[in-house]
Design a protein around this ligand. Structure first.
Ligand SMILES: NC(=O)c1ccc[n+]([C@@H]2O[C@H](COP(=O)([O-])OP(=O)(O)OC[C@H]3O[C@@H](n4cnc5c(N)ncnc54)[C@H](OP(=O)(O)O)[C@@H]3O)[C@@H](O)[C@H]2O)c1
Length: 251
């Protein structure tokens, strides 16, 4: 089935992470040109470029959420190379996603949590702004923001993480109005606990408990998340916008 991604220009942030690698593979397999936005792991980014068809078809772009200019820089690198941007998958996360140490919620200093929110939310919003500018010029676009099923469920110690991710849901639902008439659709994918290398390294009992808490009885795979993103981030998605798609085995 043609999903309409041939030669489309796709920017994936956090592309060297567990879910990010599955995302770049999924888009490259559909004939898209993929910009691999990486933070520290340049070797992994270069491997992803090779896997995505080499330097004619893929591009490694350094991307640090701590840098106020990261969105403009990454989107600029894609438009300079390929003349535009069609798809953004905002997937990067700057840890820690748990409340630090044993601190009570009320004891976490603003100076500790505000940079987390600023980097993960503020810089993601700025990246979306840069992407929308490029997509409006092209008259077509798909934006997928990666959240977490914990926004709906909640989890002890995850207040700053879920607050940050929940804001992306609000961004999608309102931005959908602003960009809809320009052919741009913006949605959220909210994975459940996903079997990346990091999660696979968790104690077996933790993984078993999480799996048992889902109707499907198992954890999500990165490829399953990637297929949902591919659907919303391609021409298969004709008119779905402002929505949240949870990929968590019914959790
Ligand atoms: N895995 C899960 O169970 C799960 C569940 C629900 C939602 N999610 C969401 O899915 C997304 C991907 O998660 P993942 O599990 O694939 O995470 P991961 O394996 O830890 O990968 C995170 C990615 O973000 C990059 N990153 C870290 N700090 C950064 C910074 N300051 N600036 C820019 N990029 C930075 C990492 O690069 P470096 O390694 O080079 O630092 C890496 O490429 C995240 O948004 C996460 O919240 C994951």
């Amino acid at each position: 089935m043609d999903v309409g991604l041939t030669d489309r220009r796709v920017l994936v942030t956090g592309a060297t992470g567990g879910i990010g690698r599955a995302l770049t593979r999924a888009f490259a397999a559909e004939g898209a040109r993929v910009a691999v936005a990486y933070h520290r792991d340049q070797a992994a980014a270069q491997a992803a470029v090779r896997e995505s068809g080499g330097e004619q078809r893929a591009l490694a772009v350094r991307y640090d959420l701590a840098d106020p200019a990261c969105g403009d820089t990454a989107v600029g690198a894609v438009t300079d190379r390929w003349g535009g941007l069609d798809v953004l998958v905002a997937n990067a996360i700057r840890p820690p996603t748990f409340r630090p140490g044993a601190a009570s919620f009320e004891d976490v200093p603003v100076a500790d949590w505000l940079p987390f929110v600023q980097d993960n939310l503020g810089r993601t919003v700025a990246t979306v702004q840069a992407a929308v500018g490029a997509m409006r010029r092209g008259g077509w676009g798909r934006i997928v923001l990666i959240s977490t099923h914990l926004v709906r469920q909640g989890a002890a110690g995850r207040e700053f993480y879920t607050a940050t991710k929940a804001a992306l849901h609000g961004l999608a639902s309102s931005l959908a109005w602003d960009v809809g008439r320009d052919g741009i659709l913006v949605n959220v994918v909210a994975p459940g606990l996903t079997l990346t290398d990091r999660v696979a390294a968790m104690p077996r009992q933790v993984r078993a408990r999480e799996a048992a808490a889902t109707p499907s009885g198992r954890l999500t795979t990165p490829e399953e998340v990637a297929r949902a993103v591919l659907f919303l981030g391609s021409a298969l998605n004709g008119n779905i916008t402002g929505e949240v798609l949870t990929v968590a085995g019914g959790h």
